[in-house]
Design a protein around this ligand. Structure first.
Ligand SMILES: O=C(O)CCC(=O)C(=O)O
Length: 361
């Protein structure tokens, strides 16, 4: 059987206006309407050319409007003092604990939210969820945390080669400084405006999704952004940087030996999409590496895949690959449907074997 999925979150726009300074007390579940997001528009309302005539912009206060303008223009925003000092200290202490239990040499700790309440609390911070919901126009789904003790010096890349949505672009990163970050500590480095480069799959770079060459990708991205002047972000503890998933960014060189740069990044999807890993997918063939299960850090449950703007049919063709078809295409035959069902069951057995249930603790 194939899975045909329908919009999971459809709300009328009933909002009375949002304020940057009151984000934590805003009602949850930002209302959005598929009528405002035409079929297969790439990315959220805030990145559309007419964003300033959108009701969400018109109803926001001046500070939030300014933030939306900068996100639209540059592909990122810095929100000073966004995270409470107590939570910043707790997340930093949790990061130190995590590094103490890691083998030598790791430059990041993936998904420590499963073990560290403070890291999960930061990922699920109410103001952050609401800010992401405002920018993406959809319920915010935090799905991954990365904690750093030092500057990553990571080469320029766009997150959208690692994870993206169908329809594309409903994703962002929220990076929080867990200490003051000066220029010699390897600050975040962004290429403002690069989020307008169309989202890329391996095929767009002439690369093979079955054997993704990360170094070649980073080389090609470096060439793509040669004309986008980089900006280094020296920030204070508690400042948050929100970037669109297509923004090219990385870590600047560390110019002080042994300098720390405690920070946490949480990656978010907007609800009501299909969640994929582009670097292992072929858009031309309609064959995607679907993130199954995609565990929502808020609920600790798998987030359902849904083609919110366009009904889609998911046909599982192998353990990891899924065809994402429009419902207007012909229904696949009985054999293909049975195979898809069996693969779906095998995937669920795989999740249990991998112990995803412990995420719920
Ligand atoms: O923290 C950094 O230096 C870079 C982090 C990053 O690139 C990412 O999380 O995508």
């Amino acid at each position: 059987m194939t899975a045909s999925v329908r919009p999971s979150q459809v709300h009328e726009v009933v909002d009375a206006g949002w304020s940057l300074h009151n984000l934590r007390s805003q009602p949850r579940l930002y209302p959005w309407s598929p009528r405002m997001e035409p079929h297969l528009v790439i990315g959220p309302w805030v990145l559309q050319p007419n964003f300033s005539s959108d009701a969400r912009y018109e109803q926001a206060d001046a500070a939030l409007q300014q933030l939306a303008e900068q996100f639209h223009e540059d592909g990122y925003v810095v929100v000073p003092g966004f995270i409470a000092p107590g939570l910043v200290s707790a997340a930093r202490a949790a990061t130190e604990t995590e590094y103490a239990r890691q083998p030598n040499g790791t430059d990041r700790v993936l998904n420590a939210w499963r073990r560290q309440p403070a890291i999960r609390e930061l990922a699920c911070d109410a103001g952050t969820l609401n800010l992401v919901e405002f920018l993406l126009g959809r319920r915010a789904v935090p799905f991954q945390t990365l904690n750093f003790r030092a500057g990553t010096q990571q080469r320029a890349h766009a997150d959208s080669i690692h994870f993206d949505t169908l329809p594309a672009g409903f994703s962002c990163g929220v990076w929080v400084a867990l200490e003051d970050v000066h220029d010699d500590q390897g600050p975040l480095l962004v290429h403002p405006g690069s989020h307008r480069i169309p989202p890329s799959y391996p095929e767009d770079f002439g690369l093979d999704p079955n054997c993704f060459d990360r170094e070649a990708y980073e080389e090609l991205v470096g060439q793509q952004v040669a004309h986008y002047e980089p900006r280094r972000l020296s920030v204070a503890a508690g400042d948050a940087v929100v970037w669109a998933s297509d923004l090219v960014h990385g870590g600047a060189p560390v110019n002080r030996a042994g300098a720390s740069r405690y920070s946490q990044v949480t990656h978010f999807f907007g609800a009501g999409c299909v969640y994929v890993t582009p670097q292992r997918s072929s858009r031309a063939d309609g064959k995607y590496f679907v993130r199954d299960p995609l565990v929502n850090v808020v609920t600790r449950q798998p987030e359902p895949h849904s083609g919110a703007d366009a009904d889609v049919r998911l046909i599982r063709s192998s353990y990891r690959h899924t065809r994402v078809d429009s419902l207007s295409t012909a229904e696949p035959n009985w054999g293909v449907r049975q195979k898809s069902t069996l693969i779906g069951l095998a995937r669920q057995v795989g999740w249990h074997a991998a112990g995803w249930r412990h995420f719920r603790r």
